[in-house]
Design a protein around this ligand. Structure first.
Ligand SMILES: Cc1ncc(COP(=O)(O)O)c(C=O)c1O
Length: 399
């Protein structure tokens, strides 16, 4: 196994809990607290660590944290350098909400969406050379110059031009009067996997050789960017370029997408997930619980029902597997998670009462369920688990 070139030793992960803010959520039955102070802390640490501007990734509803409130706070209070989104529609929504900072659409656009790119002054990648003329024409019609960041596929094999397409694309861009080559980027496939460190180094090497080719052809893009969270964590300074694109670490949830060889970063979890106990009952041994009767009480069981189900993003695969904290102690999910409600076994937790808060992600009474542990019970990563939280979960912003 090759040793990673880790960023500074960073000390232990700060697992400080979210402020409870219970008064403000007293009227809510299920909600996610979004701790904006932790978001600020994370961004500021990332900015210092990277030593270059940071693009805050807010795609997919800011990884489930809420696109507009998160972006507005990041712009107005934290003063971020850049925003990254996946689609023109996400970029348009940011502009409509008053976001003025530069926005890069990383997933490019489909024919027709170039109008939105130009109208809202978004920078974009180009998933294929085929889109160049549509973008040039749309920008020309409006008398605008649109910024493009060319993504070069140095090893991830999904979006991005292959290095062999580069010369033709540069020639095509050279004929455009309304497109400016603002950036040159690549994306890492495996920067979190220590065994793949050599592969990531090869991606970095390929990218810098592309940069040289582009410069030799007379272009001077303002931004060269490579790193995501895992790249920033394990491959600075080689992967710093002069911009980094960070999502997971910004939200303090990339623990399972980071190299285990490097010290954990001191980022703090931004999101916690809670629901109140709406119903409580005691059932005798032999009582089946929930759809499909997949759980049968083997003892006299105290069952608490909370209003959080797969309609909220608590995946059904958590049935009989996941857990929540009640009165600071772990309560297992019993029976199937249904669309709107989930049952917890609170038999071993004294004095549980209606209205008690069950914490599915976050800290309570000195105990913590990390987003990573919550996600593990769904067989996935924390990034997917927070992104999966639906609009029905009220986001409560804590400052
Ligand atoms: C092109 C690109 N850059 C950066 C990121 C941010 O990655 P992370 O959330 O791991 O920091 C993503 C996220 O998927 C991405 O697709």
């Amino acid at each position: 196994m090759t040793a990673l070139n880790c960023s500074d030793a960073l000390g232990g992960k700060d697992a400080s809990s979210q402020p409870a803010a219970l008064e403000a959520t007293a009227h809510l039955a299920a909600w996610a607290d979004i701790n904006l102070l932790h978001l600020k802390h994370n961004y500021e640490w990332l900015r210092r660590q990277a030593g270059v501007p940071v693009m805050a990734m807010v795609k997919a509803n800011a990884y489930g944290h809420g696109l507009i409130p998160v972006a507005t706070y990041l712009q107005d209070v934290v003063r971020v350098d850049w925003f990254g989104v996946a689609t023109p529609d996400e970029g348009a929504r940011l502009r409509q909400a008053g976001i003025k900072r530069p926005i890069l659409v990383l997933g490019g656009f489909w024919f027709g969406q170039e109008e939105s790119i130009v109208h809202y002054g978004l920078a974009t990648t180009l998933p294929d050379p085929a889109y160049i003329s549509a973008l040039e024409q749309a920008a020309g019609r409006r008398g605008r110059i649109t910024a493009v960041h060319l993504e070069v596929d140095t090893g991830i094999g999904r979006l991005g031009l292959s290095p062999t397409q580069l010369d033709a694309v540069l020639q095509a861009l050279g004929r455009c009067r309304h497109i400016r080559l603002e950036g040159l980027m690549t994306h890492f496939a495996s920067a979190d996997v220590p065994e793949h460190a050599e592969f990531t180094r090869e991606q970095i090497k390929r990218h810098w050789s592309v940069v040289e080719r582009v410069r030799a052809a007379g272009w001077s893009p303002d931004y060269i960017h490579l790193a995501n969270s895992a790249g920033l964590h394990a491959f600075l300074p080689a992967a710093a370029g002069n911009l980094v694109r960070v999502g997971g670490l910004l939200y303090g949830i990339a623990g399972d997408a980071l190299s285990p060889v490097c010290p954990p970063p001191p980022t703090r979890p931004v999101l916690s997930l809670h629901a109140r106990i709406l119903g409580l009952k005691t059932v005798p041994p032999g009582t089946p619980l929930g759809y499909g009767c997949t759980f049968v009480a083997h003892r006299t069981t105290r069952v608490a029902t909370v209003p959080l189900g797969y309609g909220d993003g608590l995946h059904r695969v958590q049935s009989n597997r996941g857990r929540a904290l009640v009165r600071g102690r772990l309560a297992p999910i019993v029976g199937r998670v249904s669309m709107d409600v989930t049952m917890l076994d609170v038999t071993d937790i004294p004095d549980v009462a209606l209205g008690d808060v069950a914490t599915f992600i976050g800290a309570q009474g000195g105990a913590t369920i990390s987003a990573e542990a919550y996600a593990a019970a769904m067989g996935t990563i924390a990034l997917e688990a927070t992104t999966a939280l639906t609009a029905r979960v009220t986001r409560h912003y804590v400052t």
